[in-house]
Design a protein around this ligand. Structure first.
Ligand code: XMP
Length: 511
């Protein structure tokens, strides 16, 4: 694809993906490359318009610390070093980095020299986000200081002539005031970026590429109804129309009406859409099963079997498409053993489907870009803003055995919870929210009668990576409305609790 590229060289910093997202938000395409793979040859080959060094947990002056050839500064390509990357730049160019007498962590008052292109038009004093125990203690030759704090004499430095810039703080973190503007200035004011990374462009070039690759071949996609596979389906459909077959295995554990919504969403698209209603099959396999892991395993295996059986009816396909996205394939610069997370939307590739090659048209995109692409392609907000949903669906949100009655209760209660959060606009602020049917029953009173019914748990979390999560601070009056409505509108629930555990120690899902 013909667009400018910025290379982010990762030295193991915790914010590597955040830097990449900020750059993309500026309309500039970038890739995150682990420092071990950033040889001078590979940099020349990729021909970036700019390079950003990330932070990292090490000290540059220690043996075996992550590094890079100092030839990188001779290529004429602008470089911005952040935190460890700033110290590395100073160190490699003959300056010094050493342990700071006082480390800085968190929001820090910083003074800027606004004659620097990075801080042009910004206030001379602002808060930055710091996280360092080392600092630049001596400037390399040809550099000047462009920011400092009370205890950090070189909070930013530059050699404008050579287009080399460094900041000790983290401009990518929201707590740094104007941080995005500083990155924008580096990209546009120093690297000469033109902002050619837009989802309209991406859609067009990607469609052309898919057409070229697929030719008159046939493509098969397992559609889960989630954001990634839906956008993947939409993109492929625009590119190759009826050469695409989407198989949507409806295991019956989708949220209320969701199976129909997915089918409806693709009704007017030029694709072969196959919906397999397999609820009865899944329910029969799960009859009497209550252990969470067994439930998951049965559902995962059965899903593949149903998909395979359906795919066999189609016969040989040339490509199997997957909705893999960029965070799934980014390799971190930290640690010596590179771990690449493999990701399969359907929980494992089918063994018996005959195909030549896998295509992954979303593999360059972050989640927010996938959503933007979905909107560009004309998918509804409902589909594009769908929250993450586990493959086994509501089956792991009913504690213990799944019965038809329990499934219906949970679908209805979960729907009310979602409806209330959407009404007060919390739905886009909370990362994931759902109801869980505990199969505990307790005594209640309704009207003049005693009830003995289920307890429903509400779960809502905020998180960026789903590896750790905090419970969402939903206002009490919203929780109250949810409780009142659910108990009134859904039979067999007489008690509602709100889950206030973080992850860890709890997980997001209950099973
Ligand atoms: P936990 O419960 O492990 O969940 O804290 C983290 C995130 O992963 C989702 N999740 C799954 N997603 N297949 C999926 O595709 C699964 O089997 C699965 N289990 C959990 C969960 O909803 C949360 O977003």
């Amino acid at each position: 694809m013909q667009h400018q590229m910025v290379m982010i060289i990762d030295f193991g910093g915790q914010y590597n993906q955040l830097i990449a997202r900020r750059v993309r938000e500026c309309g500039v395409y970038c890739e995150v490359i682990p420092y071990r793979k950033a040889s001078i040859e590979s940099i020349k080959e990729k021909n970036p318009v700019g390079i950003i060094f990330t932070g990292g947990p090490n000290s540059v002056y220690l043996e075996n610390s992550p590094g890079i050839s100092k030839e990188v500064f001779e290529l004429g390509i602008p470089v911005l070093g952040i935190c460890y990357g700033a110290q590395l730049m100073a160190y490699l160019l003959g300056g010094k980095a050493s342990t700071a007498p006082t480390s800085e962590y968190g929001k820090t008052d910083t003074e800027f020299d606004c004659s620097s292109v990075l801080f042009d038009d910004l206030p001379a004093r602002a808060v930055t986000w710091m996280s360092h125990t080392d600092y630049i203690s001596q400037l390399p030759e040809g550099f000047r200081v462009t920011a400092h704090t009370a205890v950090c004499p070189v909070a930013a430095m530059e050699n404008a002539e050579r287009k080399l810039y460094a900041v000790q703080f983290h401009p990518e973190v929201n707590h740094t005031e104007n941080g995005s503007r500083m990155l924008h200035s580096f990209l546009y004011g120093v690297c000469g970026c033109t902002g050619d990374w837009t989802m309209e462009n991406y859609a067009q070039t990607s469609i052309a590429r898919i057409r070229e690759k697929v030719g008159d071949g046939r493509v098969l996609l397992a559609l889960s109804g989630g954001v990634d596979s839906s956008v993947c389906a939409a993109l492929l459909s625009k590119a190759i129309g009826s050469q695409l077959t989407c198989i949507f295995v409806d295991h019956g554990f989708m949220r209320k009406n969701e199976g129909d919504e997915v089918e409806e969403a693709f009704k007017d698209w030029n694709v072969n859409f196959v919906r397999v209603n397999a609820k009865d099959l899944f329910m029969s396999k799960l009859s009497g099963v209550s252990a969470p892991e067994t439930k998951r395993k049965i559902i995962g295996e059965e899903f593949i079997r149903v998909f395979e059986a359906e795919a066999k009816k189609i016969g040989k396909v040339d490509f199997l498409a997957q909705g893999t996205i960029y965070p799934d394939i980014i390799e971190s610069g930290a640690g010596d053993a590179a771990v690449i997370k493999s990701h399969h939307n359907v929980g494992g590739l089918p063994d018996h489907v005959d195909f030549k090659e896998i295509i992954e048209p979303l593999r360059l995109l972050f989640k927010d870009e996938v959503r933007a692409l979905g909107t560009t392609l004309g998918l509804s907000d409902k589909l594009v803003w769908r929250q993450p949903f586990p493959g086994p669906g509501l089956a792991i949100r009913i504690i213990g055995e799944i019965t038809d009655e329990r499934l219906e209760i949970l679908k209805d209660a979960d729907w009310v919870f979602r409806d209330e959060l959407a009404k007060c606009g919390l739905d886009r602020q909370i990362s994931q929210y759902f109801a869980v049917l505990t199969t505990m029953r307790s005594v209640g009173v309704m009207g003049d009668g005693r009830t003995y019914d289920y307890t429903l748990a509400l779960r809502a979390v905020t998180t960026t990576d789903f590896m750790t999560a905090d419970f969402a601070r939903i206002p009490y009056d919203v929780l109250e409305r949810c409780a009142v409505r659910i108990v009134n509108e859904v039979k067999h629930i007489n008690r509602i609790v709100y889950d206030i555990t973080t992850k860890p120690p709890a997980t997001i899902e209950w099973e």
